[in-house]
Ligand binder design. Structure first.
Ligand code: SF4
Length: 448
């Protein structure tokens, strides 16, 4: 259990200086206890108090780092049940299962295909993070050989799944640089698995037959000094898994139950007999509250929608999604290609760039930073007005890429054309269509 506001207050300086953003130390203590403030906000807390307060100020669900290198990620650290209350912070890791008995050539093939699944969206690289290697025949050397290959020849992080401690040790020996996640400590092996994870400093999955069973195991492991735990409630039945995920989110957040204050791992690959159903279950689990989701395979048609769902759920709902300001090439534009401009609200970008692409007329698209506002809103807020847009066009560098001086502005911002022409006296400002779906016709008419 975390500390109460009064217990925290006793350890604060009690000067009521207000530098933490609230007028009194008591108010700060109350905010800290309810997770609404960070301890760092008070510059005057003593080191001794800091140590004591670390538990109270830590997120109710522990943040656990998984993997190393380009696909390393963090899970947990969440502070709310519902995204609209604040935001969800650490996206669900996506993994696929590989049995240790896999033929080496087949493994090569899979890794090559899976490595290539990377998608660019709103300036973000979307890709899966993990391979879960499952020991299927107790052959420690085959398990270690597959772990070595995955660790050395792919960017993926690893979940090492075996009931045999010897097999896990052999696999860890050759893949420890990837900081694999060990699976799993159970009622039968908790002591030895806990000791090994502690000694090697790797995160450990705790698996029980149900949520209640997890509490005794995590208490034992934290008592042994382990901190980086991941929970598997054991069920593979969709309704029960859903309920378990909610329980494991609610218990630490609402009841201060630190025994369940860890991120979770789920296995749609063991909950369904085909990838379509797995994908549907994974979609539910990304929203409700899995730290890691393991599928039986990665395919484009399954992975892409899950990655986009994850991207959308793990963004701050109070901040519009944006794309980076700059010049975007659509097709292979040259010096005579048309130039269009719009705002950096990601939905605007996707719609406009999609329509330009659909026109098959290579074009330059200028994206101006309007703090994620759409054209009309940005105009109303004074962020997409003639002189500002004109100045942006000048400094964007587009003039180095084109031989003409024509620019197409969104139809809804026609009123800024006069001010733009004043700012850009050598340019002709063309009013584009109001509706993005008319952009292809507009571009084709211009080209003819
Ligand atoms: Fe108290 Fe620290 Fe806040 Fe000052 S900054 S009011 S000392 S908690």
């Amino acid at each position: 259990m975390g500390l109460t506001g009064i217990q925290i207050f006793k350890m604060l300086p009690k000067t009521n200086c207000g530098e933490c953003g609230v007028p009194t130390c008591l108010a700060f203590a109350m905010n800290l206890a309810s997770g609404k403030a960070e301890l760092d906000a008070c510059p005057y807390v003593s080191d001794e108090a800091k140590e004591h307060l670390a538990e109270a100020s830590a997120p109710p669900i522990r943040l656990v780092a998984i993997g190393a290198g380009t696909r390393a990620f963090k899970i947990g650290g969440e502070t709310v049940m519902f995204r609209h209350e604040k935001t969800f912070f650490n996206p669900t890791g996506l993994g696929a299962m590989i049995p240790s008995g896999i033929d080496s050539g087949e493994l090569d093939k899979k890794l090559k295909v899976w490595n290539a699944f990377q998608f660019e969206r709103v300036g973000v690289n979307l890709r899966p993070e993990l391979v879960a290697l499952k020991d299927v025949n107790g052959d420690a050397s085959a398990f270690a050989a597959a772990a070595k290959k995955i660790a050395e020849e792919s960017e993926f992080g690893l979940v090492l799944m075996s009931e045999s401690l010897d097999a896990l040790k052999a696999a860890v020996d050759v893949s420890v640089f990837k900081k694999p996640l060990l699976y799993a400590a159970t009622a039968e092996n908790v002591e030895e698995m806990g000791n090994f994870a502690k000694e090697i400093g790797l995160p450990l999955v705790v698996k029980a037959d149900n949520v209640e069973g997890l509490t005794a195991l995590t208490d034992k492991l934290t008592g042994m000094g382990l901190k980086d735990l991941v929970l598997d409630s054991g069920s593979r039945e969709p309704k029960q898994v859903f309920e378990d995920q909610v329980t494991m989110r609610r218990a630490p957040l609402k009841a201060g139950n630190r025994s369940l204050g860890f991120p979770t791992i789920t296995f749609p690959c063991e909950m369904a007999s085909n990838l379509d159903v797995e994908t549907m279950l994974a979609s539910m689990l990304i929203a409700k509250y899995a730290g890691i989701v393991v599928l039986s395979d990665f395919t484009g048609e399954s992975l892409f929608p899950l990655l986009v769902e994850r991207l959308n759920i793990f963004t701050d709902p109070q901040r519009p999604m944006t794309v980076t300001e700059g010049i975007y090439e659509i097709g292979a534009p040259d010096e005579n290609s048309p130039v269009l401009i719009t705002t950096n609200f990601s939905l605007t970008y996707f719609i406009v760039s999609g329509e330009i692409e659909g026109s098959r007329i290579p074009s330059w698209l200028l994206i101006m930073d309007t703090e994620g506002l759409s054209v009309m809103t940005a105009w109303a807020a004074g962020k997409f007005v003639g002189d500002a847009v004109g100045m942006f066009v000048k400094k964007s560098g587009i003039t180095d890429k084109i031989a003409h001086r024509k620019i197409i502005i969104p139809g809804y911002s026609a009123s800024i054309s006069g001010d733009m022409e004043e700012e850009l006296p050598d340019w002709e400002v063309l009013i584009g269509p109001r509706d993005a779906s008319l952009i292809p016709k507009f571009l084709k008419d211009m080209a003819s």
